[in-house]
Write a protein that binds this ligand. Structure first.
Ligand code: GLY
Ligand code: MN
Length: 471
């Protein structure tokens, strides 16, 4: 964990912004895979982790915004738990590590909240992302489950999003280290992705590299020869020469900051000429987007710029036609790029989206555009120094979409449907890096890593000719 002062300062700022009432931050419980003693790997609620820093199941914190009192609730080790988990610190010892001196047993939490409610005090809560937490809130606050999303505290959501959006230098160092773990995962993919290997074997190598470096995957590794399926998690295909393999992967540090990087590898080590052409378009769009990012620039404008760059490239390839700006205005690019350019990243791979995507990416004046493609843009608002954002353009040839659009004659002034027929089985290419917005521009986080088609070919050659121990 960070130094206690880091968590103390975060809580102080939150308390002063909320001003009055109680702030209730429930941590996560262990989530059973099939029975209670066989849980999924524990993952703490990330707002609890951000403000309280403790990474054990079954805890909660109450911050009193009137008095400034802070209490951590949890359970002390029992004779039984010592047998199964070994010696663990008491709840008081844990709380002291994060600068909190008052502790209570978790069984006392309902009584504290009941008293506060009887006194008519406001209890601020965040939207729970897990059903167990929703049930807890229902029991603790006597709110019908379906009502919980409406009864959450908007001031608390806004204050948490505001604070978590700006990454401190400590956090940026963590994300850089997550990026380094993720680079090792990408190199592992480049090493094993040869003809005859199954996609799941690449997943095995990628996840192994992650754990080898002390990390844990921050999300299910996406390794697929069907890159046109944006989050394809089926990974049984056998790699063939000429396949494109999309590897969208990210490793978490022990403090749970995550990476999220995508590279698209040519199976067999060499891109074909047409793969290289499309790759170059996506790469140009990514670099143009990153070059345009700086404080004050709206990310929706960066998204648009990337879309125009993609449309320009597709027009040069004669797969699109007409003026690229007009094509984007008409939404024609969404046939090939039906999603957003990127998202915030931090303790969550899509940072804070559990609190509500619109609170994270939009404002009262910058509203979500509901049209296809644009509605998947998760971040639209103006960038600020300290934002950590992924930039992940792609070109996806989705046969079903091509057929639907063609049947409707959709955007026929901008799409060359005849030429597209020869590209139906192309798949998809995505390039993704993690960037930080600085005082005057934007930088890719982590050490330099291969990103052009030629650099990827060189990486594959070098990884596949290594004789030393893995990673
Ligand atoms: N890398 C997964 C995602 O961005 O959704
Ligand atoms: Mn991403």
């Amino acid at each position: 964990m960070f130094h206690a002062e880091v968590y103390r300062n975060r809580r102080r700022r939150l308390i002063s912004q909320i001003g009055s009432g109680l702030i209730l931050l429930p941590g996560h419980l262990d989530a059973p895979m099939n029975y209670v003693d066989n849980p999924y790997p524990f993952h703490q609620d990330t707002s609890f982790l951000y403000f309280v820093g403790l990474d054990q199941p079954g805890m909660a914190a109450v911050l009193d915004a009137d008095s400034g009192t802070e209490i951590v609730f949890g359970s002390d080790p029992t004779e039984d738990s010592i047998v199964w988990t070994g010696p663990l610190p008491t709840i008081r010892e844990q709380a002291e590590q994060v600068g909190i001196s008052s502790t209570m047993q978790i069984e006392q939490l309902p009584q504290i909240l009941r008293q506060a409610r009887q006194q008519g005090r406001m209890i601020h809560t965040l939207p729970p992302c897990r059903p167990e937490t929703a049930i807890q809130l229902h029991r603790l606050l006597d709110i019908p489950i379906d009502e919980i999303p409406n009864q959450c505290s908007e001031p608390l959501i806004r204050a948490v999003v505001e604070q978590r959006s700006i990454k401190s230098s400590d956090e940026i160092r963590q994300i850089e280290s997550a990026v380094e773990i993720t680079h090792a995962m990408q190199r592992a993919a480049a090493r094993v992705a040869r003809p005859g290997i199954r996609e799941y074997q690449v997943v095995a190598a990628v996840d192994h590299a992650c754990r080898w470096h002390g990390g844990m995957p921050g999300f299910i590794s996406i390794v697929t020869t069907h890159g046109e399926v944006l989050h394809n998690r089926v990974c049984t295909e056998t790699l063939q020469p000429g396949h494109l393999l999309v590897c969208d992967i990210g490793g978490e540090t022990p403090l749970h900051y995550t990476g999220d990087i995508t590279r698209t590898l040519p199976v067999g080590g060499r891109f074909t000429a047409r793969q290289k052409d499309i790759y170059a378009i996506v790469h140009r769009a990514q670099r143009a987007a990153i070059a345009a990012m700086k404080p004050g620039v709206e990310f929706r404008a960066v998204h648009r710029l990337a879309c125009v760059e993609l449309a320009r490239g597709m027009t040069a390839m004669e797969l699109m036609k007409g003026d690229p700006d007009q094509a984007v205005a008409a939404g024609a690019h969404t046939l090939f790029f039906p999603c957003g350019l990127g998202h915030m990243l931090g303790l969550d791979v899509h940072d804070m989206e559990g609190l509500g995507e619109d609170f994270v990416g939009y404002t009262d004046t910058i509203r979500r555009n509901p049209t296809f493609g644009w509605r998947s843009l998760r971040l639209a608002k103006a960038l600020q120094p300290g934002f950590v954002v992924t930039v992940e353009p792609g070109i996806y040839l989705i046969p079903d979409q091509i057929d639907r659009w063609q049947a409707r004659n959709q955007c026929r002034d901008f799409i060359n449907y005849d030429a597209l027929q020869a590209w139906r089985d192309f798949g998809g290419i995505r390039i993704e890096d993690v960037t930080v917005v600085t005082e005057s521009s934007c930088a890719i986080l982590g050490p330099a890593f291969p990103s052009t088609a030629q650099q990827l070919e060189e990486m594959i050659l070098s990884e596949q000719s290594r004789k030393d121990s893995p990673y």
